[in-house]
Design a binder for this molecule. Structure first.
Ligand SMILES: [Ca+2]
Ligand SMILES: [Ca+2]
Length: 440
């Protein structure tokens, strides 16, 4: 069979620019070549997968600088619209939930290094640490939230919460949901236009009963845990995040990214998900009668997913979603669920995905299209460092490279390098002398 010669695209150094369409912080910035931040060096994740977030522009007045927990609560309570609250480096032990209720408030670590500012819910056993209530255009950036029994950042979306940006944060040891958006009644506008970008979500170990008294042998058996869980999400972007070890007690937890209850028009891209129980969940087998579909017109593209035993990607009551160009490594998946399709998924397309392990598990009742998904056996020369999440291609493979179907919806790869006219299957478009492949 005729093989198209490899497109030899030599890119001396990545100099792409991206437009951050963030409210109040939109700007053009060069995206730096990947680097490893000091706080992440202990995690067994390939260094190339940590991308430095393009720094936010300098804060504009009004600015309030805080150094203590008391100053923090006071500043948030009295902030006028548009205020930026800058937290000095340090550990802030919060005695109760911190509620933001004012439009356009930004809560941000002053140094720009997210590991420098830690909001700690552990000593006071907080159920929730930070809440956003009845307001919009809030930005949470450059800080760490850790040790929370239930929700790290709770969006009270039933009170009307829109266009929130969670940017360059660490969410660590959060035992139900790192970011939670609740059920929204029909009388309230669905939460629209929020973004979660360049964040690191990780836990030190699987959940135990001691972490969360509400999760018991009688209900969830210690598995009520996930990363981002949003109901009724509209036009959300979840991109460039790393999720590691979001695990239930018996490894049967929820999605690292979980969109459901009539979520629509969202993009989930360039995330790295390693050793979580479930990777990306569009929907769930529980569907209340008033919800027509769980997910509609959602794009899941260019993600790296490694060893998520409950499912790498699942579509369960979706409509017109696109699951494209994801790379999934999970040769020993106990359920054969690298991609799993369940119930009605009318109009959903699964295309150009690269799976190492079991083939697509299609339990769907019809209306779904599977195109050019490639299933391979594990091979040491396929990926750069799969156990540590790096699913960049190690070498040019003819079964992978130039073997996909061109998709107008996918014009870049995991590295934001351009797809050529013959796209490679999976998340990484092969480029000779790729700077993202070199450092491993
Ligand atoms: Ca190609
Ligand atoms: Ca690439």
């Amino acid at each position: 069979m005729w093989q198209h010669p490899c497109h030899r695209l030599v890119v001396p150094r990545i100099t792409w620019t991206i437009v951050l369409l963030l409210n109040g912080v939109g700007h053009l910035v060069p995206s730096p070549v990947s680097n490893l931040q000091a706080d992440q060096s202990e995690l067994p994740i390939a260094a190339t997968l940590f991308r430095a977030a393009p720094p936010l522009p300098a804060a504009t007045e009004p600015v309030i600088r805080v150094r203590t927990v008391g100053e923090l609560f006071k500043a948030v309570e009295h902030a006028k619209e548009g205020t930026t609250i800058l937290l000095s480096p340090g550990r802030y032990v919060l005695p109760r939930r911190l509620d933001i209720r004012t439009d356009r408030v930004t809560l941000r670590g002053a140094s720009g290094r997210r590991q420098d500012v830690i909001l700690d819910g552990g000593p006071h056993q907080l159920g929730e640490l930070l809440a956003i209530h009845g307001c919009s255009d809030v930005v949470i950036a450059d800080l760490t939230i850790e040790n929370v029994r239930w929700n790290g950042i709770k969006l009270d979306t039933d009170s009307g919460v829109h266009r929130v940006t969670i940017y360059n944060c660490i969410l660590h040891n959060i035992w139900q949901r790192a970011v939670k958006g609740v059920r929204v009644p029909a009388t309230v506008a669905r939460p629209e236009g929020s973004r979660v970008m360049y964040c690191l979500f990780y836990n030190d170990r699987p959940k135990s009963y001691a972490d969360d008294p509400a999760d018991t042998p009688e209900n969830f058996q210690g598995n009520y845990i996930g990363g981002i869980d949003i109901m009724f999400a509209a036009k959300w972007t979840i991109s460039d995040n790393v999720f590691y070890n979001i695990q239930g007690r018996t490894r049967e937890g929820r999605g690292a990214i979980f969109l459901w209850h009539d979520s629509r028009d969202c993009v989930v891209e360039r995330n790295v998900i390693i050793n979580c129980d479930m990777g990306i969940a569009l929907g769930n087998s529980y569907k209340p009668p008033d919800v027509a579909v769980h997910a509609a017109n959602i794009i899941v593209r260019n993600n790296f997913i490694v060893q998520c035993p409950e499912s790498g990607i699942v579509a369960d009551y979706t409509r017109d979603c696109v699951i494209a160009h994801n790379s999934i490594f999970d040769p020993d998946n106990r359920l054969g669920r690298l991609i799993r399709l369940v119930h009605d998924n009318q109009g959903t397309i699964v295309v150009n995905n690269l799976l190492v392990g079991s083939p697509v598990r299609n339990e769907s009742t019809g209306g779904i299209r599977l195109i050019k998904n490639l299933i391979l056996s594990p091979s040491p020369d396929l990926f750069v460092d799969p156990k540590r999440g790096d699913l960049h291609l190690r070498a040019r493979r003819s079964a992978v490279c130039d073997a996909g179907s061109p998709l107008p919806l996918v014009i870049e790869d995991f590295d934001r390098q351009p797809r050529d006219s013959r796209p490679d299957i999976g998340a990484d478009e092969w480029i000779e002398e790729d700077p993202f492949r070199k450092s491993n």
